[in-house]
Each structure stands twice: as structure tokens, then as C-alpha cells.
Design a protein. Structure first.
Length: 353
């Protein structure tokens, strides 16, 4: 029996106003160039593989994958905290069983309300060679593995007899619709391609649809989407890159448009080494990723880079804007097992960044 997504996802219904059909308030944003990447350093990075980092929306908790000693399997999920954005990261903790197993458990991704974590696992009981699983957080926004419930396979509609990897959660800011993006080598893929499964009216993830604009003849896996849905980052070894694996970026003017042909994000983010698995902050100004470039502590290390958001004022002049990390308030929370629909149309609403 497929797990009902409503058991795990308490969806936000957004505060909204009706501006008429087809009128969108989401505007394309402008950002400055990416800065020289900074190594997150010890104790996050070690001489082992430390990779696939994601942060909580307050920036004080990091979940990542590592094969360092002290785990249960080859790749395990680890968590680290810091007291403030200016404080150093504390020593990471293994998330433990039942999140981690003797198999490979990796590539975490949080839902927008941070109460659900999706991840990839090769554990038994799945649908194929490697599946996407999910776990629900119990209680508050604690960091320890004990705060998360037993993982559940998202089901053999999204997952197949092949490999599904690198989940990326996206909630449409205008409709509240939830889509899970991921990489898969199922039939119809040229290598690993980008797929998308939307949550249906029944509360279940639907079958995956290949996203041709973001896919290539090469390996395309981890994606990440800016909160407004107008910028996408793709991990790929497609032709035209700087190294073996690079980060590529695609944009669109509106949520109904197709994605543009991905372009290499370029130097200094990409290097002649492997660079991938992007995670973008909710204000769009900080990008975490892994890299094997020189200057690290071991094999794969976690790095980050920043950029400035540029706003146009009423006079048409461009100005830098400090990040605004305020979050929308959840007003309509569904019952367990439900995905509650908004009580009014929410056409034209865009989350405040």
C-alpha cells in the first residue's frame, strides 16, 4: 500500500489575494555574481567524503552525507548545528537508526515546512536498486535523529525497479502544489535524467515525468529550485563543462514557462574538479555544494558561495538589498491524511523572499 503523503506533509496554504486569471505577481529577480567559494572546514569536512549538504531555513542546522567512521553503513546521514550564523559548526552527529542502515543512506532534502525529510537509500524493502524514502519529524524542529520517525518508502509509483536518487522538493508559490524532482535511470532515460512527480488530488505522489529541458544525454541528478520557481540548478556531467561534474543553471520568466537550456554556472563556482549537488538558501543568496577542488580536507568537501540580490527602485535604479529571511505563516493546515485546499483562489500570490 502506498504511503499517503498527507501523513507526512503538512502543506502550507498561502496568504493570498485574487488578481484575476492568468495574472502572476512573481517577478524575475536579479542577482550579482557568485563569490569565490569558501570551504565549510572542520568538523564538517574531514579526510573522508562529506557531501550533499542542505540547511534549515534559519541556517542553524545542516544535514549532509558522509562515509566518515562512526556510521552504520557506507554513506550515512549526519547532522550539525551552530548557535548563530556567525558561530562555527559544532561536531556533527550521526542520525542513527532507523534513519541510517547498513546500506547507503544519503542525499537528504527537507520539505518547505521542514517536517518531512526525503532521502535516497539502497536499504531492503524498496522497489528497485535504490529508492527515495521519507521520514516525518516528531515534535519541534530539533536536530537529532531521534526526532525523526521510521522512514517509509514513498512507493512504487514514483520509485521503479531501477534507481531513483537525489530528491528535490518544490512547492509552487502560486498554487501550493508540491512536486518532487529527482534523478532516475529508468527506461526512457539517456543516462540518469531529471524526473518530476507531483502530489495528486488523492495525496499520493504520481508517476515520474521526464523533464527534457533539464536533462541531457549525460548524467543529470541532483536539482534544486529557487523558492520562486524561476531558477533551477542541475548537477550534470554534460558536455561543455569545466570539470567532470558541474553545476548548471536554468531560468524561466513565469511558472508556466518551459525551462531555458541550462548554462554552466561557470567559475569560480565550478572548477576543473567535480562540483555538484547545489542547495540554495530561501533568499537566493547562498549556494552550498560539494567539490573535490584543491584546498579541501579530503575527498569531497562541502563549500559555499554567496551573491547579492539587486533590486530596482521606483526611479529605475538598481540597488543592493539585504536578505529578507521572513517566512510565510501557515494558516490552513490539513488534517492527518489530507491535503487541504485553499478556501479561495490563490492566483497571483508569490512568497516574500
Amino acid at each position: 500500500m502506498r504511503p499517503r503523503v498527507g501523513w507526512f506533509v503538512l502543506l502550507f496554504c498561502l496568504l493570498a489575494w485574487y488578481t484575476g486569471p492568468g495574472i502572476s505577481q512573481c517577478k524575475a529577480q536579479t542577482f550579482g555574481p557568485w563569490s569565490e567559494p569558501v570551504n565549510v572546514a572542520y568538523p564538517i569536512n574531514t579526510e573522508f567524503n562529506d557531501t550533499y549538504a542542505i540547511l534549515s531555513r534559519d541556517g542553524l542546522t545542516m544535514y549532509f552525507t558522509s562515509d566518515r567512521p562512526g556510521g552504520l553503513g557506507g554513506d550515512d546521514l549526519w547532522v550539525a548545528k551552530r548557535e548563530s550564523l556567525s558561530d562555527p559548526w559544532q561536531v556533527p552527529t550521526n542520525m542513527g537508526a532507523p534513519i541510517n542502515t547498513a546500506a547507503n543512506d544519503s542525499l537528504p532534502m527537507l520539505s518547505s515546512d521542514e517536517h518531512v525529510m526525503f532521502f535516497h537509500s539502497t536499504r531492503g524493502g524498496g522497489c528497485g536498486a535504490g529508492d527515495i524514502w521519507m521520514t516525518r519529524r516528531h515534535g519541534g524542529l530539533g536536530a537529532a535523529g531521534k526526532d525523526w520517525g521510521p522512514p517509509v518508502n514513498v512507493g512504487c509509483v514514483l520509485n521503479t525497479g531501477f534507481t531513483e536518487i537525489a530528491p528535490a522538493f518544490f512547492e509552487n508559490p502560486e498554487t501550493g502544489e508540491v512536486t518532487l524532482f529527482y534523478g532516475s535511470n529508468r527506461p526512457g532515460s539517456e543516462d540518469f535524467d531529471v524526473y518530476a512527480s507531483a502530489v495528486g488530488e488523492d495525496g499520493y505522489f504520481g508517476p515520474g515525468e521526464r523533464v527534457p529541458e533539464l536533462s541531457s544525454p549525460k548524467r543529470d541528478t541532483r536539482t534544486f529550485f529557487r523558492k520562486d520557481g524561476l531558477e533551477a540548478f542541475v548537477t550534470s556531467d554534460r558536455d561543455g563543462g569545466l570539470g567532470g561534474i558541474d553545476i548548471w543553471v536554468s531560468t524561466r520568466k513565469t511558472l508556466s514557462d518551459l525551462w531555458s537550456t541550462p548554462e554552466n554556472i561557470g567559475s569560480p563556482v565550478n572548477s576543473t574538479f567535480d562540483d555538484g549537488s547545489p542547495w540554495l538558501s530561501r533568499d537566493g543568496t547562498t549556494l552550498y555544494f560539494f567539490s573535490t577542488r584543491d584546498g579541501g580536507h579530503g575527498k569531497r568537501d562541502i563549500w559555499y558561495t554567496t551573491r547579492v540580490k539587486i533590486e530596482e527602485n521606483s526611479a529605475g535604479n538598481l540597488s543592493h538589498e539585504s536578505p529578507n529571511r521572513s517566512e510565510p505563516t501557515s494558516k490552513f493546515v490539513g488534517e492527518v491524511g489530507q491535503v487541504r485546499k485553499p478556501p479561495m483562489p490563490i492566483v497571483g500570490h508569490c512568497w516574500t523572499l
